[in-house]
Ligand binder design. Structure first.
Ligand SMILES: Nc1ncnc2c1ncn2[C@@H]1O[C@H](COP(=O)(O)OP(=O)(O)OP(=O)(O)O)[C@@H](O)[C@H]1O
Ligand SMILES: [Mg+2]
Length: 274
């Protein structure tokens, strides 16, 4: 694993690691007569190297769209994204992505799946193989390096996808509901694993989730989004010490943060009596 980098290394004299400056996105419907869809409005935020930021919001509020804009896979309609002082205008080689589904290549072994991005980049050398094996060891899958994806459980596949995203030592890890399809216990294990990896690598992470408790458990800061068009309606600083442990979820401080996020999302509303 790479060692934590000097925090100052990601911060240029000009500012923080990442800046979202008035980002907006309007999709123009392809069919004639259909209206435009305003997915995001005026999203501004800046984050430091090594931070883990959760994007929390209801379905359709533009979380995936924002992640794709940060990744350079979708262009913003308004505003700009800067990472390490440079405007993102296209896909970035040194960003890692983990999606909700692992999307492993079924005919390849676990190790060959993890090495796939290195192969594409023409960097599939002995050092890459060593790092891939170290990562598989870290996530408890060293003995499955020669297995095929169909021999793994959902959680194991997602751990492989995490290794695949980490093998090029990304400067920024973008995660789109990566644990959404897992059962609750596996999900909690994966959250702890992600925090361990983040601690060991110093990687900056932007993590999309619907889950209030997941957003808070992982993050240094939670951005709470409104319904579409997605706007940032609250920023919750999570000043809970790392390493975080599962018991934390049952403390008063944690519950207070969940309550605040829930209120922002509008989960407390009057119910009509029958
Ligand atoms: N390529 C596209 N063309 C047109 N509209 C799009 C496109 N991508 C997303 N949208 C629209 O933008 C809005 C935001 O979509 P997005 O996928 O970013 O939401 P989300 O917050 O990730 O939702 P979920 O939590 O369900 O994944 C939605 O109304 C969606 O229909
Ligand atoms: Mg999404």
């Amino acid at each position: 694993m790479t060692q934590p980098q000097d925090a100052a290394a990601g911060e240029t004299a000009a500012g923080p690691f990442g800046v979202l400056d008035g980002v907006g996105k309007t999709f123009v419907a392809a069919s004639r007569g259909a209206t435009e869809v305003v997915a995001l409005e005026r999203v501004s935020y800046s984050f430091r190297q090594g931070e883990l930021v959760s994007l929390l919001g209801p379905s359709g509020c533009g979380k995936t769209t924002l992640l794709r804009i940060i990744a350079g896979m979708t262009r913003a309609s308004q505003g700009r994204v800067e990472i390490r002082g440079r405007e993102v205008v296209g896909p970035q080689e040194d960003f890692g992505f983990v999606f909700q589904t692992p999307n492993l290549l079924p005919w390849r072994t676990v190790l060959a799946n993890v090495l796939f991005p290195m192969e594409i980049a023409g960097r599939n050398d002995a050092a890459a193989r060593k790092r891939a094996l170290e990562l598989l060891d870290l996530v408890g899958l060293a003995s499955f390096a020669d297995s095929r994806p169909h021999q793994l459980s959902g959680g194991m596949k997602q751990r492989v996808a995490l290794c695949r995203a980490l093998v090029p030592s990304p400067s920024l890890l973008l995660m789109d509901e990566p644990f959404g399809a897992l059962d609750e216990l596996t999900r909690m294990e994966m959250q702890d694993l992600l925090l361990d990896i983040r601690h060991a690598s110093g990687t900056t992470v932007v993590f999309v989730t619907h889950s209030i408790s997941e957003a808070i458990y992982l993050a240094d800061e939670v951005l709470v989004f409104s319904r579409r068009p997605g706007r940032v309606i609250d920023r919750i600083r999570v000043d809970l010490a790392y390493p975080r442990r599962p018991e934390l979820r049952y403390t008063a401080e944690f519950t207070a943060l969940e309550h605040r996020a829930g209120a922002g999302l509008g989960v407390f509303h009057e119910r009509q009596s029958a």
